[in-house]
Ligand binder design. Structure first.
Ligand SMILES: O=C(O)C1CCN(c2ccc(-c3cc(CO)ccc3Cl)cn2)CC1
Length: 327
């Protein structure tokens, strides 16, 4: 049995916030944001939590595939901004879409989360025990942002996207993967630090509970430029594929200059690297599936066409993960 992507879907909350609107909230400006990140606007959720964004994206992909929610055997949600610690966001999605009481769980690999989840779901479908698998990336980053910290508040957005996998007796579609973590540099990007809190705990001063996302931007920038090209080269070698044979590279949409720098290091044209951070900002685990759905919806990628794509996530953890897929 092999796993095949049979549908894609995405959902953005309705409130669009252009850079100019952030100028009224903090000491920033459209020119700085656009020139340093490529971001022109982001969508922010006023009432819909992560499970609802994911549920709405899931309903779109099930409808497109003409698959009932009752046929879904597995739901994985990649998120660093769950509705709750428990229940998992995937359990809330199961209820939201009206699926049977099937296996549903969240994974947290931050901006690499969707690629991690896709790798996990593929193996589970290959086992022959799961016929239809919903693989979602969803974030409400706006709830972990410090809206007084202009260095991070201008970078992130909310949204959800995903794919519907089906077990089929066809040739392999998932050709190669390169998936990593490096916890030694994990504190370069943190959010929601939960320290020990019991009558006997001895939280020292430097161990601070923190609700907000904090990022060493320079460190993450440098890590990305170093690790992502190496991961893509390694993937191409494992998949016995030339970099030029890949139709599109869909990278985590953190920063336009990062995508440019990676394309340059790989000596590939920017035309192979689709981007949408201009419209949505950095939606962490949701960025790749939203981009994939947009490129498929635009007809630039066709499911079942044999086109080759590389999906690469990179960020919190630190994690980085690449997957080579023949559609
Ligand atoms: O001064 C400048 O130019 C600033 C410098 C700092 N910037 C950054 C830094 C890091 C990221 C980033 C974040 C993640 C997490 O999803 C993953 C990957 C990256 Cl590369 C995005 N922007 C913005 C422009």
């Amino acid at each position: 049995m092999e796993a095949k992507i049979i549908s894609t879907g995405s959902y953005l909350p309705s409130t669009r916030v252009p850079n100019q609107q952030l100028e009224t909230l903090m000491d920033t400006n459209d020119e700085w944001i656009k020139s340093r990140t490529g971001i022109e606007a982001r969508h922010l959720s006023e009432t819909e939590n992560t499970s609802v964004l994911c549920g709405k994206a899931a309903i779109k992909m099930l409808d497109k595939a003409n698959v009932s929610a009752l046929e879904v055997d597995l739901i994985i949600v990649a998120t660093m901004t769950p509705d709750y610690q428990t229940p998992s966001t995937a359990c809330l999605v199961q209820e939201y879409i009206g699926a049977r009481q099937v296996m549903a769980f969240d994974i947290n690999a931050a901006c690499s989360g969707f690629v991690y989840a896709l790798s996990i779901a593929e193996k589970m479908v290959q086992s022959g025990n799961f016929r239809y698998a919903l693989v979602l990336g969803g974030e409400v980053m706006s709830k972990v942002i410090d809206w007084e910290d202009r260095s991070t508040a201008v970078l992130f957005g909310d949204g959800a996207g995903g794919v519907l996998l089906k077990g089929v007796n066809e040739k392999k579609s998932f050709l190669a993967e390169d998936i990593h973590a490096d916890g030694s540099r994990g504190l370069s990007l943190t959010a929601r630090h939960l320290t020990t809190q019991d009558p006997f705990s001895k939280t020292t001063d430097e161990i601070q509970q923190s609700d907000y996302l904090k990022m060493d931007g320079r460190a993450i920038f440098d890590f990305s430029i170093r690790n992502v090209p190496a991961s893509i080269r390694q993937l191409a070698e494992i998949g016995e594929t030339q970099l030029a044979e890949v139709d599109y590279y869909l990278l985590h949409q953190a920063n336009y200059r990062i995508v440019e720098a990676i394309a340059k290091k790989l000596k590939l044209p920017m035309s192979k690297f689709k981007t949408n951070m201009q419209r949505y900002g950095n939606t962490s685990a949701a960025s790749i599936p939203i981009l994939l759905d947009e490129v498929v919806s635009a007809g630039e990628l066709k499911l079942g066409s044999g086109q080759k794509i590389v999906l690469t996530g990179f960020g919190g953890g630190l994690t980085w993960a690449s997957i080579l897929i023949e559609l």
